[in-house]
Design a binder for this molecule. Sequence first.
Ligand code: PLP
Length: 416
Amino acid sequence: MPSGDVWLSREQITGATLKDATRCVIHPEVSHEGYASLSVPTFRASTIVFPDGAGYASRSERDLDSYSYGLHGTPTTRTLEAQVALLEDGRKTVLLPSGLSAITVVMLTVLQPGDIILIPETAYPPVARFCEQFLKPMGISHRVYDPLLGAEIANLMDATTRLVWTESPGSATMEVQDIPAVVEAAHASGALVACDNTWATPLLFKPLRAGVDFSIQALTKYASGHSDLLMGAVTVRDLDLRARLRKTMLMLGLGVAPDAASLVLRGLESMSARLAHVGRVALDFAQRLEGELKGCEVRHPALATCPGHAEWRRDFAGASGLFSVMLPPACEPRLEHALQELSTFVIGASWGGTRSILAPMRVNRSRHLPASLRDGLLLRICIGLEDPDDIWIDLENVMRGLGVWGTQSGSAAGRD
Ligand SMILES: *Cc1c(COP(=O)(O)O)cnc(C)c1O
């Protein structure tokens, strides 16, 4: 709340003593009495002002939950941190300007020259790029591992392995990892574990309960829910890790805008209902596609055919709205034309908003795919909030256009 030190009372500002230019820059204080809103106010700040010179001089001694400079938090961003920490069943959350920066800040916080990080081959692709092009020149090396390794990941670890990265299900090919087994092996050899929890959100999986040290979310996706902002979160239980993350952020000058945090706070209010809806529709579609398509593999963690399905059943409370269809290489020449059948879907990266999004991707990194699928295409499908009938028509038309619809007679079914 504004204090009289900062804002002038009505009497002061209406008094005759101040010139207009001064009145322009000092806001009058108004009553907040009786004002009760359900929304979190957007507190914006670069500067935080102090009651006296001594307070200013000792500002860096303020604890990590108090206020010292806009970059380090305002009541709006603190509210979002606290809410994400509760959902993740963690103790503290830090907010970053994107999901990717949440990932890189964890790595930069934990890793020193000479250390090794293990990353699954199914990690969000910029993770491997960051390891290769940014960490490697700093003397930090990475090893890529098969996401289906559970306890055997111990065989890849030695005293220099400082961090094990996980992402479950994996980007695009959706392998579900045995997180508790990875955690046990990593901790036994003194490494920390991070989990990119963007697909599940903490509503469907709580990595910290499984023993993970850092749970990362791209709030850009389901939490914000409207494809209109970027933000990332890292949640921990260990207060020392939180202090180390905050130190990295301080060094790099990273923080988030209260306006964006306010939009995420709004998005969170409907996340549970949105996720339940898209989860239901996505599973229904995945099952129908699995029954209809020929030569394809539908990858959805709730399908028994999905690698890691048993781990998903054991560890997750449900599935979100993102899944994939792996197409045979023969589809490639038909792709452009097939995508022209879309009328409700949009084509793009990112996901988790209100619109259904389709992303054609190449599958070339996974060693343990059937040979017929290894160099083929993959369609990543994110279900949005449109009427499921409209989305299904699009999917059917695209699959007919690709020539993988099992019962088709030949040409793609027109929509209009
Ligand atoms: C989108 C995404 C990210 C990156 O989030 P941005 O906010 O776009 O930087 C990280 N991990 C996963 C799994 C994602 O899907």
